[in-house]
Design a protein around this ligand. Structure first.
Ligand code: DGJ
Length: 535
């Protein structure tokens, strides 16, 4: 039907742009930019929000990835997170083989997908399983962490200088190859350095060299950055000394790897986090202890300041969120959204994640959101556990430029159903908006008891009297604010549709009494543009 292009609300046009990523030396490369209150990931000159799909750990080979393309399309993803294994690209020291990676990148391009590859180097889930054989067998050159009893465990020591150099050399070789193979296409938009780093099995390395360092002073650059008085690790950090000590050496190690790569090819880098500590732990019935319930020294939320002080070559610390409590989920989003850290949910999935996509985009200005393990199950479509997240991706993806433009302003808000939250008021400039969830089910089955939350809506103010609604299972009503000269809002146009190449396309004009009881967004999802007047 009708095609409109529209101007965004004037306020969002005035951006102060400051480039915060070192990756911006070449402005054509993907990089991070601070624009007003938010930081965007810029790809090909425009803000890019990652709707990602992470494949399972063993899928990072071209023949297996080929089989997953239909799943990623069914997910509605625009980006793939896939592992690159150190053991695969450097089977013998100094001998590199990127042929399979090239096939994957060509496949991504054919699918119109971008990528955030995951460097499975020295650290993978607090262990060392993906390092090459020549690293595994040389335990003298590449020392393991020794636990409290002096036994070597399945983790390489963050104090191992040779390990750090070998990992850095491999990562730099990888980035050099990417520079040659991808610098004009920008298929790879960010690199994750290591995976859920830290030590599982010990709070620190108990080797004599490590113990000597622990009994020495905390490096001045760390005490200065954290505004602490000088002293030994115990004096400065008390009961947290060993975890902070591990965090300092681990983050410095990973920073060295990232730096070596960025020197060659400066695109953004990130690290992901196995959550733990201070109300973010996945395992709520266990004592929450570094090295035990979560990897010691990793960038858990109470370690972010330390990581930011030491790991300057890491741009984004992104949480892996599997928790099913909305309180914990929100706590994690809050802690990882900072002026120096845009929110990138690097892994999540199932359960409550589909509704947190909406919060992440509107309330936390997320630059990315990625469910893990999307390759599972038979057939070309994602399995049932991902259908709700896929529905969200597919609905919102055409509107991502609008969402990115309005992030960080008061013109983008989310209304999300939670247990016992059956409606939500949103307050915009000139309009109060009531979003009621689950309208059809609630009316049809009043005695059926509680229903699973499914209502989730993004509301974007496009102009003084114009809104975009995108979401599921809700009815949306408008009123002038209390105390204004008007008492009622009247619909001028209610148009269902979507964006195509940034242009609004109306597919269905909802006229007459169609919007009595609010603008309905069906359980299957709808995007609607509403033009109003007040009287
Ligand atoms: C978190 C890790 O980062 C992933 O690589 C994967 O192992 C998942 N856990 C499995 O749930």
């Amino acid at each position: 039907m009708k095609t409109n292009s529209f101007a965004f609300y004037a306020a969002v046009a005035a951006f102060s742009i400051a480039i915060i990523s070192s990756s911006a030396q070449d402005v054509n490369l993907p990089h991070l930019e601070k624009q007003g209150a938010v930081t965007h990931l810029i790809v090909d000159g425009k803000p890019f929000i990652i709707f990602g799909g992470q494949v399972s750990n063993p899928i990072g080979f071209s023949d297996r990835m080929e089989r997953v393309w239909p799943k990623l399309q069914s997910l509605g993803a625009n980006t793939v997170e896939f592992p690159i294994y150190w053991e695969q690209i450097e089977p013998a020291e100094g001998t590199f083989d990127f042929s399979d990676l090239d096939k994957i990148i060509l496949g991504l391009r054919s699918q119109g997908l971008r990528a955030v590859p995951l460097w499975f180097g020295t650290y993978k889930n607090g262990a060392m399983d993906y390092v090459p054989d020549w690293v595994k067998v040389d335990t003298r050159r590449f020392p393991h962490v020794l636990d409290y009893g002096g036994r070597p465990i399945d983790v390489l020591s963050p104090h191992g200088q040779a390990t750090m150099k070998a990992d850095s050399a491999a990562f730099a070789a990888l980035m050099k190859h990417l520079k040659e193979f991808d610098r004009t296409d920008h298929t790879v938009i960010m690199m994750q350095v290591e995976n859920e780093s830290g030590i599982v099995g010990s709070v620190r390395d108990y080797s004599p060299e490590s113990t000597k360092l622990l009994n020495g002073p905390v490096p001045e650059k760390l005490t200065t950055a954290l505004k602490k008085k000088p002293g030994t690790w115990k004096e400065v950090f008390g009961g947290r000394a060993e975890e902070m000590f591990t965090g300092y050496y681990l983050s410095s190690f990973i920073n060295a790897v990232a730096e070596a790569g960025k020197e060659v090819y400066p695109i953004p880098t990130c690290v992901n986090v196995w959550m733990g500590g201070y109300d973010t732990n996945d395992r709520m019935t266990e004592f929450d202890r570094p090295g035990d319930s979560y990897p010691s020294g990793g960038p858990q939320s109470h370690m972010i300041d330390l990581w930011k002080a030491t790991a300057h070559s890491i741009d984004v610390i992104g949480p892996d969120i599997y928790h099913q409590s909305p309180i914990v989920y929100r706590t994690i989003l809050t802690r990882y959204t900072r002026p120096d850290n845009p929110l990138y949910v690097i892994e999540t999935g199932r359960g409550i994640a589909p509704r947190f996509l909406f919060y992440a985009l509107a309330d936390f200005s997320a630059i990315g959101f990625t469910p893990y393990g999307v390759d599972g199950g038979p057939g070309p479509d994602v399995s049932a556990e991902f259908t709700n997240i896929a529905a969200g991706f597919r609905l919102l993806k055409p509107a991502l430029p609008v969402i990115a433009e309005l992030q960080g302003t008061d013109k983008l808000k989310a209304a999300v159903e939670e247990e016992a939250i059956t409606g939500r008021m949103l307050y915009f400039d000139g309009y109060d908006i009531l979003v009621r969830f689950h309208p059809a089910t609630r009316n049809a089955t009043p005695a059926a008891g509680p229903v699973a939350p499914s209502g989730r809506v993004l509301v974007a103010q496009l102009g003084p009297d114009e809104f975009l609604l995108a979401g599921f299972d809700a009815a949306v009503d408008f009123k002038p604010p209390m105390g204004s000269e008007f008492t009622e809002a009247q619909y001028l146009h209610v148009e269902e549709g979507t964006y195509e190449n940034g242009e609004w396309k109306t597919t269905y004009l909802r006229n007459g009494n169609f919007s009595i009881g609010g603008v309905q967004l069906s359980p299957k999802g709808a995007m609607v543009r509403v033009k109003l007047m007040k009287y």
